[in-house]
Write a protein that binds this ligand. Structure first.
Ligand SMILES: Cc1cc2nc3c(=O)[nH]c(=O)nc-3n(C[C@H](O)[C@H](O)[C@H](O)COP(=O)(O)OP(=O)(O)OC[C@H]3O[C@@H](n4cnc5c(N)ncnc54)[C@H](O)[C@@H]3O)c2cc1C
Length: 332
């Protein structure tokens, strides 16, 4: 078992897309910075990819103290064997106290592999990460029982404490050009024998709609609409350059497909503006939108739960209110 005292700092594994970071990497880096400030330790960013040279400064400006650039032609999106082969020796050598990554398909695979190889645990798909500064314990909140229970989990004895953070569960930090740190290039070795899966190619499936997680505006509809009327929700989302979503009840009643569900068991969203129309706003719905900056509720019932947490409320028939907003937006 790895001894606690041997381990220090937070190491964050950052995925890349070509010569830039995806938003998920910036989110987890910002969370690592926040936790490291609480613990009084450094953030080491392990940047893995094929075109990482220009990313050292970016990672420093986004919160890293030390950046380790690992370049290898096999470090392409989806090549989990290559990422594991590249990350494991670094984690062994640096002996971090905490290892973080994003709960992307790659992170969800990498975290438990590292945990098993290092004889420690991995807390996957955390919706919230905190630290107990006294015991230097990472506390990961995760949804269990189909999203109805939020459970806190820790790795009390083994080190490093590994966790992956759900996309959208933290905000990317603002770049600070005055930050400085060190950038080192690593010799990455990905032995051919380590590559058990041969990646033949990657095909992007065209997204018919704006993704919910990264949208700055989200408009969600619930059972206040019929299937035909639900188009109003989509029209308002499009007019506001946002993404549209649906309550679970709306999905269950066939008003919207499951991939549009927002809430505890659907997408976790953190937009600047969240509009819930004809949505009662029960706890399970609130759970998935609790990081929204501003919530607007449109509901016929002034006692609807959405008005307990919405900053703005429009009480009335959403089928009449939305066309008026659309008309106004068109004029503007
Ligand atoms: C384990 C579990 C997980 C869950 N996960 C999720 C989840 O991820 N996401 C989620 O959303 N729910 C989830 N739920 C369900 C949640 O508890 C609610 O049942 C659901 O959110 C209700 O959806 P709704 O608001 O569309 O419907 P309702 O609760 O029926 O509310 C409809 C609302 O529309 C209003 N209304 C009706 N007509 C109009 C109109 N013409 N104009 C304006 N307002 C109108 C009504 O006043 C009412 O407030 C979960 C439940 C469980 C048990």
């Amino acid at each position: 078992m790895a001894q606690r005292a041997d381990h220090r700092d937070i190491l964050v594994v950052l995925e890349t897309r070509g010569d830039h970071f995806p938003k998920t990497s910036l989110e987890v880096l910002s969370k690592a910075r926040e936790l490291a400030d609480g613990l009084g330790c450094r953030v080491e960013a392990l940047v893995l990819g094929t075109d990482v040279e220009g990313l050292g400064e970016v990672a420093i400006h986004q919160g890293a103290d030390i950046v380790l650039l690992g370049r290898h032609e096999e470090l392409t999106i989806g090549n989990i064997d290559a990422y594991f082969a590249a990350a494991l020796p670094v984690v062994k050598e640096r002996k971090p106290e905490i290892v973080l990554m994003s709960a992307t398909p790659l992170g969800l695979d990498l975290a438990p592999r590292l945990g098993a190889a290092l004889g420690t645990g991995a807390l996957s798909d955390a919706t919230k990460l905190d630290v107990d500064e006294t015991d230097r314990l990472l506390i990961a909140k995760r949804l269990t029982y189909d999203g109805s229970v939020e459970a806190a989990a820790t790795i009390p004895r083994h080190r490093p404490q590994i966790a992956s953070l759900r996309p959208g569960a933290a905000r990317p930090g603002f770049p600070d050009d005055s930050r400085y740190g060190s950038v080192e290039s690593l010799d990455v070795d990905v032995p051919k024998a380590a590559l058990k899966v041969q990646l033949l190619g990657i095909e992007d499936e065209p997204l018919p709609e704006a993704p919910l997680e990264s949208a700055e505006v989200v408009v969600t509809g619930g059972l206040g609409f019929t299937k035909d009327e639900f188009a109003l929700v989509q029209q308002l989302a499009h007019a506001l350059n946002g993404a549209w979503g649906a309550s679970r009840a709306a999905v269950q009643f066939g008003l919207a497909p499951a991939e549009r569900q927002v809430g505890a068991t659907g997408h976790h969203v953190a937009p600047k503006l969240y509009v819930a129309a004809g949505v009662s706003g029960q706890f399970e719905h609130y759970y998935g939108i609790r990081d929204a900056d501003t919530v607007v509720g449109i509901n016929a019932d002034k006692k609807a739960p959405i008005f307990r947490y919405a900053q703005y409320g429009l009480i009335g028939d959403a089928r009449e209110i939305i066309p008026k907003i659309l008309e106004y937006l068109k004029k503007e």
